[in-house]
Design a protein. Structure first.
Ligand SMILES: Cc1ncc(COP(=O)(O)O)c(C=O)c1O
Length: 400
């Protein structure tokens, strides 16, 4: 009998964190490395939010709070849903956790049993299948493709549903592809779920505010009100408000689910940081105008990266609607040899050879469940992006 839990053998460490670590080590060894692996905005947390946290400390708001969120934050979240998504949620239908990741973890752990299936469209955010597997359930990945812009079709969704399906996870805009569903595309998917009473939707809307070219964001419970009773709408302040380190995420759904999630959280982390909760109140209730300005900077970077990558021999990349990632295909590089003598047999070889030859760190598509692709995060300065893309072009041009 081993010392470590069997459940750990079912999961892998995060590939995105592994790439970041590898790049950091090369950098520490004196290599000139540009990291395009990070999943966080390079902008700073707004000053009004920082001030609210400092005020909370001074005012002694430094004690345990209600497990799944202070009433003021739940009210700010309810106001956000009403204002931005035309969704009404009562306080007992809202759960606050230490990041959207904890909310996701709570929801899956509180509902999954061995034998249950969770539909995860690929490419997916690395944590979805891992948390499902940790819960002892089965992730059912459904591959999308480049011609569809990495969007799940209603037919593929229908075909993946079985009597054991408990959740369908939707993430729009997506990490890693940046793809976002229009209201009409979402409606076609929710119509499928609506026909299967036993299936719930877990929608991860964390990149809601990072969409471009006038794209109008929509969320499943809004486009299909009949599904609201079977939907957990997840969001958080990490990406829109550049607050990744504060660890505040939230979910809204039926009170029965929210109560079960709180039960689990009460026996793990208790409440999210009281100070971060007060900061999140200010983020959601305070000025919002900077969000669009930052999104415009991201749009310019997306266009720069897309144009440069699509000029690299062997790469092709669709134009994503949102988030701060692009997910190019490197199919044209497979089967070739790098100038440094590394055979490129798959996307992992491609990113390894690229890091070694040019010091550019990106994450291979297999980590997100779809090959042969790689993810580039453009949440970094325009200068670094321009240099990194020039290096990628040079690397691809040198493949034989
Ligand atoms: C799709 C997606 N969902 C959730 C998260 C986690 O957000 P949080 O920082 O709120 O835990 C991330 C972070 O990378 C993400 O990319």
């Amino acid at each position: 009998m081993g010392f470590l839990a069997d459940s750990l053998a079912r999961i892998k460490p995060s590939a995105t964190i592994a790439v970041t670590d590898k790049a950091r080590k090369l950098s520490a060894a004196g290599r000139d490395v540009i990291g395009l692996g990070a999943g966080e905005p390079d902008f700073d947390t707004p000053d009004n939010v920082k001030e609210a946290a400092i005020r909370a400390i001074r005012d002694g708001k430094t004690k345990y709070t209600a497990v799944d969120g202070i009433p003021e934050l739940k009210a700010a979240i309810a106001a956000k849903f009403a204002r931005e998504n035309r969704l009404d949620y009562a306080p007992e239908e809202i759960s606050v956790g230490a990041g959207a990741k904890q909310v996701l973890f709570n929801a899956l752990m509180a509902t999954l049993n061995p034998g249950d299936e969770v539909i995860v469209p690929a490419p997916y955010w690395v944590s979805y299948p891992e948390i499902v597997a940790l819960a002892g359930a089965t992730p059912v990945t459904v591959a999308t493709d480049l011609p569809s812009g990495f969007k799940l079709s209603p037919q593929a969704l229908e075909a993946a549903i079985t009597p054991n399906t408990k959740w369908v996870i939707l993430n729009s805009p997506s990490n890693p592809s940046g793809a976002a569903y229009t209201a009409a595309e979402l409606k076609a998917l929710t119509a499928v779920v609506a026909r299967h009473d036993h299936v719930w939707v877990l929608t991860d809307d964390i990149y809601e505010h990072l969409t471009y070219d006038g794209f109008v964001f929509a969320t499943p419970a809004q486009v299909e009100p009949a599904l609201k009773a079977r939907t957990l709408t997840m969001n958080g302040v990490s990406k829109a408000y550049a607050m990744t380190g504060w660890r505040i995420g939230y979910g809204a759904g039926p009170a029965m689910l929210i109560k079960a999630m709180a039960k689990l959280q009460s026996q793990s982390t208790t409440n999210p940081s009281s100070i971060a909760q007060w900061a999140a109140v200010e983020a959601l209730n305070g000025p919002q105008d900077f969000i669009a300005k930052r999104a415009e900077v991201f749009r310019q970077r997306r266009d720069l990266v897309l144009s440069m990558l699509n000029q690299a021999p062997g790469l092709s990349c669709p134009r994503p609607e949102g988030a701060f990632y692009v997910f190019p295909s490197c199919a044209g590089a497979i089967g070739k040899m790098s100038a440094g003598g590394i055979a490129i047999g798959n996307d992992e070889d491609f990113v390894t050879a690229l890091l070694e030859a040019e010091g550019v760190a990106v994450v291979h598509g297999a980590a997100f469940g779809l090959s042969p692709f790689f993810r580039v995060s453009y949440a970094t300065s325009t200068e670094a992006l321009t240099e990194a893309c020039a290096r990628i072009q040079r690397f691809c041009a040198g493949l034989r």
